[in-house]
Design a protein around this ligand. Structure first.
Ligand code: ASP
Length: 360
């Protein structure tokens, strides 16, 4: 059973297959109107989301399938204390595929171990957001014509920004990609990610503290919101929230063919005046999200029907250990639910398989 928990669960060839299918869907919408007729998607959203949930819903409806689910934890049995494992064991009797968003890091990975039907991670804590990554990749491919030999600026909240973590990982598998990491000191890309990119990939990256420094060299500027809900310290949020604002003045220093992406929602990190600039691609990006989710749902259901074996999964393609170590991250699913404590080897050390923290 193939799931999508992290972007690297898909090989580069599989990503290519999904992006090409998304482009075919865009070109021939009518051909796919009944492609998932009779199939049900369960959207299990334990954390608020409008865009992603509605994008999944409209994707399944446009494929001729139907959708069940809930849109916040309060209206699910989690409010009665049910575990993720039990919830998905119930849902598998009602649906063919699951899209799960959860505030706990690693919850979709737990779900994938018990569901028996394909599970798509629709965002887990500040960990990963692979369908946003597919959206970003499709947008880059449609706007720039390629996924390699690009200089990409990542700006804003690189610490908690799960979309940034997932896109960096995905891009690190293409040739000639350079990343410029633009953030305040407090919101730097986590050390584990920096180490992983430095040791395990050909991606070149450097950190800068001012957007102006990076602007002229970028093919893509990936803006992000400072995520208030992930801060424990309110004062720290207030201090950094307005660190970077993209405005027409800064856009003047950019290349004529640079594009601006943003996973949305925007707060004030992109001035409204930038919206009319043809280089602002963030609303085109939203539409691509629906098409790529159509392609993903269709493909995972097809693979499930074929009993396609797993090709790369973080749990089984590397050495792993069970129950011998403890994850120190309070946002990890292993902190609150009775799950096997799974750790996978990463370079010289071990990382929690759910949230990637180093063990205690
Ligand atoms: N929509 C994106 C996410 O779910 C970005 C954000 O919320 O700022 O991670």
């Amino acid at each position: 059973m193939k799931h999508l928990i992290e972007p690297t669960d898909l090989t580069v060839a599989e990503i290519e297959e999904i992006l090409s299918l998304a482009e075919d869907i865009i070109a021939h919408r009518d051909r796919y109107r009944e492609a998932c007729k009779g199939k049900k998607l369960a959207t299990l959203f334990y954390e608020p989301s409008t865009r992603t949930r509605l994008s999944f819903t409209s994707a399944m409806l446009e494929l001729g399938g139907t959708v069940i689910g809930f849109s916040d934890a309060a209206s699910s049995s989690v409010s009665k204390g049910e575990t993720v494992a039990d919830t998905v064991r119930v849902i598998r009797c009602f649906a063919d595929i699951i899209a799960m968003r959860h505030f706990k890091e690693g919850a979709p990975l737990v779900a994938s171990q018990y569901a028996g039907i394909p599970v798509i991670n629709a965002g887990d804590g500040s960990h990963a957001h692979p369908t946003q990554t597919l959206t970003d990749l499709l947008t880059i491919r449609r706007e720039k014509g390629r996924l390699d030999h690009l200089t990409v600026g990542f700006c804003g909240d690189l610490k908690f920004g799960r979309t940034v973590h997932s896109l960096l990982r995905a891009l690190s598998r293409y040739e000639g990609v350079r990343a410029v990491l633009i953030s305040p000191e407090e919101l730097r890309l986590p050390d584990y990610m920096q180490q992983e990119l430095a040791e395990g990939s050909a991606l070149e990256f450097r950190e800068v503290r001012r957007l102006e420094e990076a602007m002229p060299e970028l093919d893509i500027l990936y803006m992000t919101r400072v995520q208030r809900e992930r801060f424990v310290d309110r004062e720290e949020y207030e201090r950094v929230k307005d660190s970077f604002v993209l405005d027409p003045e800064k856009m003047r220093a950019a290349r004529k063919d640079m594009i601006v992406l943003h996973p949305l929602p925007r707060v004030n990190e992109i001035a409204r005046a930038v919206d009319n600039d043809p280089r602002a691609a963030y609303f085109r990006q939203v539409e691509n999200g629906k098409f790529v989710r159509m392609a993903l749902i269709y493909t995972l259901l097809k693979w499930a029907g074929e009993n396609r074996p797993l090709e790369c999964t973080p749990l089984f393609s590397e050495p792993y250990s069970v129950n011998e170590m403890r994850c120190p991250n309070p946002r990890c699913i292993s902190a609150t639910e009775d799950v096997d404590r799974l750790f996978r080897r990463a370079g010289e050390g071990w990382r929690c398989a759910y949230c990637e923290s180093r063990p205690e």
